[in-house]
Design a protein around this ligand. Structure first.
Ligand code: HEM
Length: 893
């Protein structure tokens, strides 16, 4: 493996995590190879390969300028890059542009991705290309050129005649020539969907382009047909440049594959001499992913979260039982306070690339903020009892705790671009100050891809919380692309970098229960200026307000507090129904002269349910007792038994908002999974939760919450918990993993989003999704009637699409129709059950269909404003307006 962290990390992830858990989905539009996501006759895989060539082909290797540098984005109107395919390809890649993945590297990766998706070789990918900021010279080979010109052009690119023939044959095994771009070569009516294929298998990376040419039965429009007379038969001119010698060698299929691998690699490695490319990317065997420290519990705990990704290609299923990390404290020694330095996890999800599969093991370690962390090692615990230790090529995996980005206290609003970035700086480093480098994208008029820029700002010193001090800065990202931004926070020689703004919420959360300042600049304690950016909405999640008086950090005396914590502003303690993958069993007695749980144990004054869970994460049971003790075990002593819940009345020493048993009473939790979960189908969208059914993934409203009537926030949030909290409401939705919103109706500016957007696991259950930033995991209980008229988000098995016009001279939906005086969206859903779509119109009409007429247009949601004849709390379209619904995707039914 490369030494982690590494400059290849981001591209490696985009390249290999294609599907399922934490998928980056880079191959979606080019899979399968025949996919025509941009319209009929427009094969995306072929377009991606051609983009690689066109961007490179203006290179001048004699002067060392140009090459694969993404200058193509500024050259789309120069007459050499005709057709829509270059633009659609670059637009698709644009969101992947980041401080760690240049557009030029993404174009190179596109060559690998499209070729591999079409069954071709794995073209080696090296990264480090630098993006041009303006158009380069012209010089893309054009079909009317002479063979002499072609040879000169390719020689300028660094290719000899043989390589010219090879790389052109390798490119022209995919896709075709288009009538729209080359009407003289592919006249109207010929080809399929206006496309004349370059070989008979235009969606397979094979050598038919060679063998058909040699055998004389090719239909390649650049070899035969009208191109011959017009002198535009460029493939003939190129292929024949050495009397077919090179083509004959390519008639061997294996040779074709290996030659293409070589010349396509050469093609994407034409770069200016100033660019230093990395070694070819080989997927890590073991890779820490998204490792993040966050200061929590009033400043007493640094929570380490992230995943250990393990390559499982070729391994038998379930051959790994768990993965552990063993960390060292800030000083580099193995004393982690009273708690253990080992955290163990079982698999949470799997992902796949073209050639590899990966398991993800979620890490959640609560580390004493005073002792900190500097590095960790990884142990893979195999099912056969053996262990494999990984130490990052002898360096251990480094984690710095000098400055950490505080995602909960940071926030960004997609609409306005208002960003607040908050970091925690260790008090012994305050003299170094703190900066934020903000990476933001702004739309360009000269390119379909926004420009990535950055600015560095000083952070303002704020509140001191225990051994850390919070710093913050406000910045507005112009241009509407705030969610594609990133932040690095920097203090002297240390930084916590590449924090994607998609990963932070819309509401800055106050830092709850700050501990007494410890070693910091006490002068700043009073100026608790961490801004709580008001969400645009009335109902921000109700986190506990920050206490103005820090909670005492003195260790509890022998009798820990038994009831409400000392300040009235702290939320009342609760029994948490779930903690991580564990559910509460009950309050439980110790055994008769034996411990109820006889595995490991520890005790300290920063006890929380989480820290006990982490400590016991390889056990079936754990329990906290007497506020500060933690016990683990795989069985319960026979003589122990359930006790009334109110006997567990001592709050946790480290978190006054939760209970940790009492004297001789365990707050007992048990794992929800008896077996380690199988590595497939783990994390899911729950189709039903009690009486609620999943509608899908929905956006927040514009400037107002989609569900505005009640809200709560919890570190043990699940869809079940939110359903319970919202049980009087027609809708509930979970968001950002730990937020819960209720409403009797849905705001009309909230709309559907791709289900894949809702990609955050619930804070209280790692196996179910709870929305994401600005995305609700939305549920409806159709039996509860709403408070005011609305367009229901779902009816039967259908989900609301939008308000649509009728077709132009035709009905939008032509399958079946009915009209009654008792119409409702539910009634129409039942009537249209066999169809893909239904729509209600003019209050009492119902139409069904499997397709929507192309001339039916999107209308403002407010146009669909006629109440249903059978339900005056719902809208059923209007005159010439359909309230359109579509069947739910099978994933969520
Ligand atoms: C003398 C050199 C070349 C010439 C004159 C040439 C010319 C052309 C022309 C005229 C088209 C039709 C474009 C359209 O109608 O959309 C085309 C398509 C294509 N070319 Fe080339 N090409 C050359 C070399 C290459 C090379 C080296 C590659 C890549 C390695 C490549 C990849 C492709 C691909 C994949 C398509 C299909 C695009 C699609 O289906 O959208 N070409 N080429």
């Amino acid at each position: 493996d490369p030494t982690w962290p590494n400059a290849i990390d981001e591209i490696e992830e985009i390249m290999t995590q294609l599907q399922s858990f934490r998928a980056r989905k880079f191959a979606d539009t080019v899979s399968p190879c025949s996919n025509e996501a941009s319209g009929p006759g427009r094969q995306n895989a072929a377009e991606w390969l051609r983009v690689g060539f066109h961007d490179m082909s203006t290179a001048n290797t004699f002067f060392g300028i140009g090459g694969l540098d993404a200058s193509l984005q500024y050259e789309l109107n120069d007459g050499e890059n005709t057709g829509p395919g270059h633009k659609t390809t670059l637009e698709f890649m644009a969101p992947y542009l980041s401080p760690r993945s240049s557009l030029a590297d993404l174009i190179a990766l596109g060559v690998y991705t499209s070729v591999r998706s079409c069954g071709g070789p794995a073209v080696p990918i090296r990264v480090g290309r630098i993006d041009a900021t303006q158009a380069g010279p012209v010089g893309v080979p054009q079909p009317q050129n002479s063979v002499f010109t072609f040879q000169q052009q390719f020689s300028r690119m660094g290719f000899n005649t043989q390589e010219m023939i090879q790389v052109t044959a390798c490119g022209h095994t995919l896709g075709g020539v288009h009538n729209t771009e080359f009407p003289t070569l592919v006249p109207s009516g010929s080809g399929v969907d206006g496309e004349g294929s370059l070989d008979s298998t235009d969606a397979v990376f094979d050598n038919k382009v060679v063998t058909e040419y040699l055998s004389g039965n090719t239909t390649n429009p650049l070899v035969v047909g009208p191109s011959v007379k017009l002198g535009m038969n460029s493939d003939f001119k190129v292929f024949n440049a050495d009397g077919n010698q090179t083509m004959e060698a390519l008639a061997d299929a294996n040779n074709f594959t290996s030659v293409c691998k070589t010349v396509l690699q050469k093609m994407i490695e034409v770069v200016p001499p100033s660019v230093k490319l990395s070694d070819p990317i080989v997927p890590y065997k073991i890779k820490p992913v998204n490792m993040q420290l966050t200061l929590i519990n009033g400043g007493s705990t640094l929570q380490l979260t992230g995943y250990i990704r393990v390559k499982t290609t070729g391994l038998a299923q379930n051959s790994i039982s768990s993965v552990s990390i063993t960390y060292k404290n800030r000083k580099g020694t193995t004393d982690c306070g009273l708690s253990s330095c080992v955290v163990t996890a079982t698999v949470q999800g799997v992902s796949q690339g073209f050639d590899d599969t990966f398991n993800f093991y979620p890490i959640a370690a609560n580390i004493l903020a005073t002792s900190g962390i500097s590095s960790f090692t990884i142990t893979v615990n195999n099912a056969d009892g053996t262990k494999d230790l990984y130490d990052n090529n002898g360096q251990e995996y480094p984690i710095q705790d000098a400055i950490v980005f505080q995602a909960p206290q940071s926030c960004v609003l997609g609409s306005s671009g208002a960003l607040t970035a908050v970091a925690a700086v260790r008090n012994d480093r305050l003299s170094q100050g703190a900066q934020a480098r903000i990476w933001y994208k702004t739309p360009q008029t000269t390119s379909p891809v926004p420009l990535l820029q950055n600015t560095t700002l000083d952070l303002q010193k704020g509140q001191c919380v225990g051994p850390y001090t919070l710093f913050n800065v406000d910045y507005t990202i112009q241009g509407g692309l705030a969610y594609e931004g990133y932040v690095d926070v920097i203090s002297g020689d240390q930084s916590d970098s590449f924090k994607a703004l998609t990963g932070i919420g819309g509401t800055c959360r106050a830092f709850a229960n700050p501990a007494t300042c410890n070693g910091g600049d006490s002068g700043s304690v009073g100026s608790t200026s961490i801004p709580t950016l008001p969400a645009t909405t009335s109902a921000a999640p109700t986190s506990e307000p920050a206490t103005s008086e820090p909670i005492t950090s003195e260790p509890p005396t022998t009798v820990p507090p038994t009831t409400v914590p000392p300040t009235t502003t702290v939320a009342a303690p609760t029994h948490r129904p779930t903690v991580g993958g564990y559910v509460m069993v009950s309050c439980w007695t110790e055994g008769d002269a034996v411990r109820a749980l006889s595995g490991n144990s520890y005790a300290n004054d920063s006890m929380t349910l989480e820290s006990c869970m982490d400590y016991c994460s390889s056990y079936v049971y754990w329990g906290t007792e007497y506020g500060r003790e933690c016990y683990c075990g795989n069985t319960l002593a026979k003589s122990s038994e359930a006790a009334p819940i109110d006997q567990c009345n001592m709050v946790c020493a480290g978190d006054a908002s939760e209970f940790c048993g009492a004297g001789n009473r365990l707050e007992l939790y048990s794992t929800t999974v008896t077996q380690p979960p199988s590595p497939t189908g783990t994390l899911t969208h729950e189709p039903t939760v009690g009486p609620y059914t999943l509608v899908g993934c929905w956006t927040e409203g514009q400037g107002v919450r989609a569900l505005g009537q009640d809200a709560t926030l919890s570190e043990s949030m699940t869809n079940e918990a939110c359903a319970k909290f919202c049980s009087n409401y027609r809708y509930f939705g979970t968001e950002y993993g730990d937020e819960c919103y209720c409403g009797s109706f849905l705001e009309s500016t909230s709309g559907t989003a791709p289900l894949a957007d809702c990609n955050m696991p619930c804070a209280g259950n790692q196996f179910e999704y709870c929305g994401a930033s600005n995305r609700l995991e939305l549920y409806i209980n159709p039996n509860i009637t709403g408070g005011s008229p609305e367009q229901p988000a779902a009816a039967g098995d259908f989900v609301f699409v939008g308000c649509q016009t009728e077709g132009n001279g035709t009905r939008a939906l032509t399958g079946s129709a009915s009209a009654t005086g008792t119409m409702s969206n539910e009634a129409c859903a039942t009537f249209c059950d066999d169809f893909t779509y239904f729509g209600t119109e003019y209050g009492s009409e119902c139409y069904c269909g499997n397709t929507l007429a192309a001339s039916s247009l999107v209308a403002p949601a407010s146009d669909c404003n006629m109440l249903c004849s059978g339900n005056d709390l719902e809208y059923c379209g209007a005159g010439n307006r359909l309230s359109l619904y579509k069947k739910k995707p099978t994933q969520i039914t």
